[in-house]
Design a protein around this ligand. Sequence first.
Ligand SMILES: Cc1ncc(COP(=O)(O)O)c(C=O)c1O
Length: 416
Amino acid sequence: MDFPYFFTWTAQRAATPIAIRGGKGVWFETEEGLWLDFGSLSYQANLGHGSERMVRAIQRQCERLLLTLPNGIYPEKEALARALLEKAPSGFSKVFFTLGGAEAVENAVKIARLFTGRYKTISRYRSYHGATLGALALSGDYRRPPLEPLGPGAIHVLDCYVSRLPGGAQSIEGGGSADAIALTAKLEGPRSIAAIVVEPVPGQNGCLVPPPGYWDALRRIADAEGAVLIADCVLNGFGRLGTYYGFEAVGEAAPDIIVLSKALTGGYAPLGALLVHDRIARHFDDHVLYAGLTFYGHPLGVGAALEAVRIYEEEGLIQRASELAKPFASLLHAFQDRWPELVPKTRAIGLLGAFELNMKQEAFERFVKSLRAERIHLHINHGFRTVILAPPLVIHAHELEEGFARIERALLASVQ
Ligand SMILES: Cc1ncc(COP(=O)(O)O)c(C=O)c1O
């Protein structure tokens, strides 16, 4: 069928459209029936499907206020900014609003460039920071090369992460290290880096959980170089790693800028935000902040986010994610240990997990088809034959079991 709009990240003939009619909790409905959402759609549906609270809050916002100016002030905007800053480490004092994750990353980099007067950034190869040209320049994965050349100054370094092997042994992988980042920064010229931009745990590239000490070392490197440490928590935020913003799950240190989007509204409306530490925010008291958007702080997204943060809080969802982390990891590890040849590596933190598959392309394609037949939605990184799991935080233990049962049936079907 020919559609009058584009599908993203695909040749149009190869697109796999999906018509979601609605849903409840971790289930969504299409004409094929009910699907188990093990991917929180595009990692934004942390609150699950069909939240009546969210729908009512958005309706109320629509009735109260929709049209304003970028420099408009209204109570929900202030309340949301305060609520987000309250959850940040001490010293964070200002919020900048955007419409999505890529714009938030771009504005974080602009702030770092204006603050430091430098233009170079360090980010990692196996990372994704968004599809706009600036955010794509930082991203390391397969989506960047087709669009090159991109803006100058984006330096990439190898990742460093820990995988679990069958039986429980661990291996440190990725080829990178914090030391290598420190050296890269030095070799680029003394104090020449504007920002180090990282997802605390790269998500779409396969839940790449860093070894202990790595995150805190990034803080020390940023300090030594006078660079801004930007934590891209677009995917890691709002309970995904079992903590509020994500970086808290991988170390003690606080970044200088926290980038948020996706689950900020539970996916019920578009919004991005970046939280800026006071030592950077104050710079703009007397220097122009060369950044802005027509829909800066649009009431629809702001009203939705305000309700979402109330729901995370009042329904104890971050705590719930942290408690479910153990059964989630146990199920993943048990699955790996039943199929040690086919599933040589797994990684998990909070309610984010991944397993790598060791199978030929044909079997892998059968597996992907079988997942569809099992009606389980999850993310597949084809380049690394890695499956990424990120269920909504409202999931129940028996639904986690159901998800792994479906994955296992799909695996069985693909190797027979
Ligand atoms: C870590 C990370 N940063 C940024 C983005 C870009 O967000 P958006 O698609 O809202 O522009 C994504 C999107 O998947 C992401 O996973």
